[in-house]
Design a protein around this ligand. Sequence first.
Ligand SMILES: *Cc1c(COP(=O)(O)O)cnc(C)c1O
Length: 418
Amino acid sequence: MLDKVGNDNNNYNKDNIKTIKESSPTIGGLIEKEYLRQSNNIELIASENYSSEAILAACGSCLSWKYAEGYPTDRYSGSESRYYGGTEFVDQIEEYCCNKWREVFSTDYHVNVQPHSGSQANFAAYRAFLNPGDTILAMTLDNGGHLTHGSSVNFSGTLYNMVFYNVDDNGYINMDDVRRKAEELKPNLILAGASAYSRILDFKTFAEIAKSVGAVFMVDMAHIAGLVAAGEHPSPFGLADVITTTTHKTLRGPRGGMIFARKELAKKIDSAVFPYSQGGPLMHIIAGKAICAEEACQPDFRKYIHQVVMNCKACSDEFMKLGYKVVTGGTDNHVFLLDLSDHAFTGRDLQERLDTVGITLNKNTIPGDKRSPRQTSGVRIGSAPMTTRGFDEDDFRRVAARIDEVIKELDAEFAEKK
Ligand SMILES: *Cc1c(COP(=O)(O)O)cnc(C)c1O
């Protein structure tokens, strides 16, 4: 693992990169440069993380050579089981992976570990319950939702009738608005989950509202899955009908997706993934997901996630102490949004300037943003990756102080321009 200040002090991938360079100097050289970039930068992108070397090794293993369309032979008999021979060992890997994830979330829900990404998981989950034209009630992108939650440039916004609930003036999800919209618009599915929301999601009330209007209740916990696993965020299991997630954000696993659903929905979910929306599963990634689940069961993972939350709070508190506005006035999880609407420069200006001083984050719209998604009035800051690299609260306070310096430079430059 990379050390605290990001020095390249370990054996990570050295042989690996050497092997690639011998075959392809171009790609090997670029991977090496990217590794050094990752090693030397302060990484604050809330959706990124550093997985273990065991996970990386599984993802680069011989399993990448295996075709295994279908599901482990014991799960279904007949046509839904594997379509290929030679699946004895990958069957065991996939079954083990599913069981391990049930253990992580202490659940008896069905789990499908085949989705190639979070977006693929959402595509299949919608398909399992909805027909094109059906209504989904979700949160808009500019309030913190995800592209797959109804953006007009995404399949979700074109295949389904998307309707939206909003955050209140303080940036919190307005549960009264959720209830009002649910009663008025009678959605087939209500979705809770976000990419840029710093507060606890009230799954209980969402579930109760969904039940009262006869809607499917879906949770997309792509960002907070690690917090749910570690008990730092209330669990949607037992409340939601279907739960989707990524495995590469706070869960710190390989890049991929998963779907959980009430047991009786198993077949619906499985057939929406394969054969409806995917072909062969990525068995090397599924092996990585299994190791990720093993790691998430360890006491060290709980400690890690607790530190992620403490660090995030320390960083957002420091910004507020320095006089900045933070959306909702703080954070309960691994992410917060800095509100820069009072400044002459944009979120994009800050993102680009921070790139030049070795700090990586992303511009992000804030609720009610007057600037476009390409410019934005905010930036999103996440604590998960740097916590993996050993940062504590003091380090995160220093990060806030450094960003404050850069913001003051920008303020001065933009004042001159006027
Ligand atoms: C990241 C994210 C996804 C999609 O993940 P990809 O793997 O990038 O497709 C879906 N939903 C939410 C809420 C996310 O934050």
